[in-house]
Design a protein around this ligand. Structure first.
Ligand SMILES: CC(C)(COP(=O)(O)OP(=O)(O)OC[C@H]1O[C@@H](n2cnc3c(N)ncnc32)[C@H](O)[C@@H]1OP(=O)(O)O)[C@@H](O)C(=O)NCCC(=O)NCCS
Length: 173
């Protein structure tokens, strides 16, 4: 069975929130309102992974006008995408990424991430990518490191249980 990647719609929100809640601890779960706003503002950058018609994960992103260093408020989990998203931005900000653990035998996180990045890099003029990850999210950090992301800033106590790490990579043209 093939995995397909397509833009998330408002009708997917209940399933998105179900995956969100099984993937993240309560203190970092984002609200349905934040996701709905993402789908409205940047449809092409908020993608669902579908297996046989079932939504099994998501890759959420924004495009930012490149700055060497951003204010930390940009990385707050509940920020409104419309404040920073710029359709012509060259930096891809990955705002959320998860695969339902019950389906990881069908779609590994590393494969899902590669699919999302490939889709975005083919669709937009992206020159770099940036994200925030918790130091404790080992699988995610491995995936990003394997992809070429490097730690550029550690933020102690960003999360309830530890530091947040801003990671960034260049995207070859
Ligand atoms: C992030 C996520 C999608 C990764 O999916 P996954 O299927 O577990 O990841 P993979 O199996 O592709 O693992 C990636 C690498 O990390 C390794 N890894 C996974 N879990 C690990 C652990 N607990 N300790 C050490 N290494 C681990 C894997 O072996 C693999 O390395 P390899 O390529 O050398 O084999 C998934 O864990 C998830 O949805 N987590 C909850 C949400 C989350 O953390 N999102 C990230 C937001 S920034």
């Amino acid at each position: 069975m093939q995995i397909t990647l397509s833009p998330l719609q408002i009708k997917d929100i209940d399933r998105v929130m179900q995956i969100e809640r099984i993937s993240f601890t309560e203190s970092v779960v984002e609200t349905a309102g934040v996701y709905e706003q993402r789908f409205r503002v940047f449809k092409e950058g908020n993608l669902g992974y579908f297996y046989d018609g079932t939504l099994i994960g998501f890759f959420c992103s924004e495009l930012w006008k490149y700055e060497v260093e951003y204010s930390l408020s940009r990385f707050s989990l509940d920020h409104d995408i419309s404040e920073y998203h710029d359709q012509k931005g060259t930096e891809l900000y990955i705002s959320s990424f998860a695969v339902d653990k019950r389906y990881r035998d069908r779609l590994r996180g590393k494969t899902a991430f590669a699919l999302g990045m490939k889709h975005m890099c083919e669709s937009f003029q992206i020159k770099s990518a940036i994200l925030l990850v918790a130091e404790r999210w080992i699988a995610a950090r491995n995936i990003y490191t394997q992809w070429g992301f490097k730690d550029i800033r550690w933020i102690e106590h960003f999360f309830e249980n530890g530091a947040g790490i801003i990671m960034r990579t260049g995207i070859p043209g």
